[in-house]
Design a protein around this ligand. Structure first.
Ligand SMILES: [Zn+2]
Ligand SMILES: [Zn+2]
Ligand SMILES: [Zn+2]
Ligand SMILES: [Zn+2]
Length: 339
């Protein structure tokens, strides 16, 4: 297992300080840029003094033009800063701008402002007045931190008070390798690669809304991995076979620790066709179930399935799987989680 692909269940994450110290630091502030601006200004002034047609307005425009790229791509700092700066001193929740400061210097959130007076100073609760904190608001709205799933591939930098929302939707949240005995715990995207390279499960990239033709997977060989194309964080689905007497029950599961979050839900149609035979077996899933696979793969006991009868199996039937993004109405309902 490569170290980048994930970690074993229950193992501690790498120490963030050590991890960070091993990374290439961001580019330091460009100390040379202001010198370049000053030089250009002097050249313009010198030209004007020698009878050139350049005016002082031209020189100012040159300075502004030189500064504009800096304003757009200003150097970034990586800081270590106490968490209390980002939390309300009354309710201790993450501070969302606008923040307010009481007469005693406590920084509180908008919700706590109305009830903080008495808690702050019972002797004169009515006297409590609050000042806005534009400087703090800039920090609260601009300072960003890496997603907690950075080690599993998420590249997002999130504003601190919005981190909870992001983590609830992050598609890089780790899931479990469903193969019995395997301890890997990683993001769906890296898990798909692991299932393909380590467990030799076939992997196919699929386009949403277009049927994908597969052989019917057998319980002995394992799942067929499908990876949805076109997303920033690719969605991973497993076509999961399980034995149902002499038949094979085929289920579809979306590998995701955040069911329904960050990009909506999916619907699917599984269609079984035998070459030269007009009969078809079809399973329509209005909502594809999601799960982190902590309890393994879905089975005929726990999930809906398309049954492939034994009489068809010698005829090498084709399985057509069509996955599509569910419409907005379906996206508003919460899908049942795979147990
Ligand atoms: Zn508060
Ligand atoms: Zn106070
Ligand atoms: Zn993330
Ligand atoms: Zn595995």
């Amino acid at each position: 297992m490569s170290e980048q692909q994930g970690r074993k269940r229950g193992s501690a994450p790498a120490d963030s300080e050590l991890t960070n110290s091993g990374k290439k630091p961001r580019a330091p502030p460009q100390a040379t840029a202001p010198c370049a601006v000053v030089k250009q200004e002097r050249e313009e002034e010198g030209d004007a003094g020698q009878g050139s047609s350049s005016s002082s307005n031209d020189a100012r425009r040159a300075v502004v033009a030189a500064l504009e790229p800096q304003a757009m791509e200003q150097p970034q700092l990586k800081l270590v800063i106490g968490m209390s700066v980002f939390h309300c001193q009354a309710c201790f929740l993450p501070l969302k701008p606008p923040a307010f400061m009481c007469e005693s210097g406590h920084i509180v959130c908008c919700t706590c402002r109305g009830k903080h007076g008495e808690a702050c100073d019972p002797r004169r609760p009515a006297a409590a007045t609050f000042a806005v904190c534009p400087g703090r608001d800039v920090v609260l709205g601009d300072a960003k931190m890496p997603c907690q799933n950075e080690e599993f591939g998420c590249k997002s930098l999130v504003v601190y008070y919005q981190a909870g929302d992001h983590h609830g939707e992050c598609q890089w949240a780790p899931c479990f390798c469903p193969e019995p005995g395997c301890e890997l715990f990683s993001s769906p995207a890296w898990l798909a690669d692991h299932l393909n390279t380590h467990h030799r499960w076939p992997l196919t990239n699929v386009r949403y809304g277009e049927p994908c033709k597969l052989p019917v997977p057998s319980p002995e060989q394992g799942c067929h991995v499908l990876v949805g194309e076109g997303d920033r964080s690719p969605r991973v689905f497993l076509v999961s076979p399980s034995a149902l007497g002499a038949a094979t029950a085929v289920s579809l599961v979306c590998v995701s620790a955040n069911a329904g979050g960050g990009g909506g839900q999916f619907m699917s149609t599984l269609r079984l066709e035998v070459p030269g035979n007009k009969e078809k077996l079809v399973l329509i899933l209005p909502v594809v179930r999601s799960g982190d696979l902590s309890c393994g793969l879905p089975t005929a006991d726990t999930d809906v399935f398309l049954a492939v009868p034994p009489v068809l199996q010698p005829e090498a039937p084709n399985l057509f799987v069509c996955i599509d993004k569910a419409d907005a109405a379906a996206a508003n309902s919460t899908p049942p989680k795979v147990e």
